[in-house]
Design a binder for this molecule. Structure first.
Ligand code: SF4
Length: 439
């Protein structure tokens, strides 16, 4: 998963979230909120979601995790493996199909997102199978289908096939247009190959292309970052995601640079963030989320530009999402679950006809509302107070009065009419703001 927003909030001790692990989950007991077992989406073999999940008001986003990469990048903490037999790919695709069958009966999908890992590693016959699995949804309800692609794994044949089966958005992991930065990131491609891949995506007819970039990489100067932004703008993608490198504990970068890396780099990464916002803004890209920029007129209801990623906007607005594949997370009707992480266990469990849930938690409504508030504040449009009440049932200004006053007095937030949003300074501290809303 290179560019997809990860909806899981790390929960520390004292957090009100009730965590249920598969080994001690008793389907005969009731879950939080007085839920009856018969309504519980966690009961094995029960399709995910309540009966109302097919209502248009309860459409869901589908995330599909493809856990294979050519080589593990030293900064990456997402689950993927880079050493496997080809047979495993075939077995995994069939398991995906079975998992989709298990969650399908109550799904109405608006967006589909294939991340990983490296989905563009899959071969033509795998995509043929995937097209079969999703045929009905693609024909009837899916508005946006994104596939993450890595330069160095693309062919014209593959891209033509992706278009033919209904994929209408490509997210290309260019990361940088500087070869030294790419080498440091352990990427499998050069800058020239990345640009060649972008041109190929365009030649194959994709009209909605996103480019992923990383800043704050060891040795990357402000000038190098400015050059990358300039080159990417000259390519003209509809969407740019610019992520700050974070050094996660279970990565090679952690061993090399340690946890203090981000703190030590804070000054320069602040400048890089501002440079991206200014430069992309000057070239017609609207910043609609902390790290995301898109072209196109603003949609006056959602206040996001036309080429914003619908799938991720759904996460930030608290919509339901279903994740399939190892380590993928789901949130439906108050229940959040995460699949087992290991691809072999994943296949074994699904082959038994069982949903491969590693753990699940029932989110108390107030906690979930706080989480939705925090996610929504990542967007530059923030929250319309009425919209928030409709989605969560809670009054933002009433429940979080103290926190909001604090944000307003710090200059981190502004209230205009019925819309409360973070200022550019507040967006820089979106993670700290998020913690203020979790109850
Ligand atoms: S290509 Fe690199 S960053 Fe992307 S998922 Fe694989 S290991 Fe992670």
């Amino acid at each position: 998963m290179c560019s997809e927003f990860n909806p899981i909030v790390e929960t520390g001790e004292g957090n009100p979230t009730k965590k249920l692990r598969r080994e001690n989950f008793n389907p005969g007991s009731t879950l939080g909120g007085g839920k009856e077992p018969s309504d519980c989406p966690l009961v094995e073999n029960r399709p995910l979601g309540p009966r109302s999940a097919r209502d248009s008001s309860h459409t869901a986003a589908l995330y599909v995790h493809i856990p294979f990469c050519v080589r593990k990048c030293p900064y990456c903490s997402f689950y993927s493996i880079d050493s496997y037999e080809q047979d495993l790919l075939d077995r995994f695709i069939e398991a995906l199909g079975r998992e989709l069958e298990l969650v399908r009966p109550r799904l109405s999908l608006r967006t589909v997102y294939f991340g990983g890992g490296t989905p563009s590693l899959l071969q033509l016959h795998h995509w043929e199978r995937i097209a079969k699995f999703l045929e009905e949804e693609v024909r009837t309800s899916v508005q946006e289908w994104t596939v993450e692609c890595n330069p160095g794994t693309l062919s014209e044949q593959l891209l033509v096939q992706l278009r033919a089966i209904g994929v209408n958005r490509i997210s290309l992991g260019i990361q940088s247009t500087d070869d030294r930065v790419l080498q440091r990131l352990g990427r499998i491609h050069s800058a020239a190959e990345a640009i060649k891949s972008y041109d190929l995506v365009r030649r194959c007819g994709f009209e909605n292309v996103s480019v992923d970039l990383i800043y704050g990489v060891p040795g990357q100067t402000l000038e190098v970052w400015a050059d990358t932004l300039k080159t990417v703008v000259s390519l003209g993608p509809e969407h740019v995601s610019a992520y700050e490198l974070t050094v996660e504990e279970d990565t090679q970068f952690f061993e090399m640079y340690g946890l203090r890396y981000s703190v030590e780099q804070e000054e320069v990464t602040c400048l890089m963030h501002e440079l991206a916002a200014d430069f992309l803004g000057q070239h017609g890209y609207v910043q609609y989320e902390v790290s995301n920029y898109a072209r196109g007129e603003l949609n006056h209801i959602g206040m996001v530009p036309r080429y914003a990623c619908l799938h991720n906007v759904g996460y930030w607005k608290g919509h339901w999402y279903v994740g399939v594949g190892p380590s993928a997370a789901s949130y439906v009707d108050g229940i959040r679950s995460v699949n087992v992480q290991d691809v072999y266990s994943y296949c074994e469990i699904v082959e038994l006809g069982v949903r491969p849930i590693g753990y699940a938690e029932c989110l108390p409504p107030l906690f979930r509302a706080g989480e939705i508030a925090a996610f929504g504040f990542r967007m530059t449009s923030g929250w319309d107070l009425d919209e928030f009440r409709q989605i969560t049932g809670f009054d933002l200004m009433e429940v979080w009065n103290e926190e909001i006053n604090q944000l307003l007095s710090l200059g981190w937030a502004e209230l205009r009419g019925s819309r409360l949003y973070l200022t550019s300074v507040g967006l820089r501290f979106a993670d700290q703001v998020a913690e203020m809303f979790l109850r």
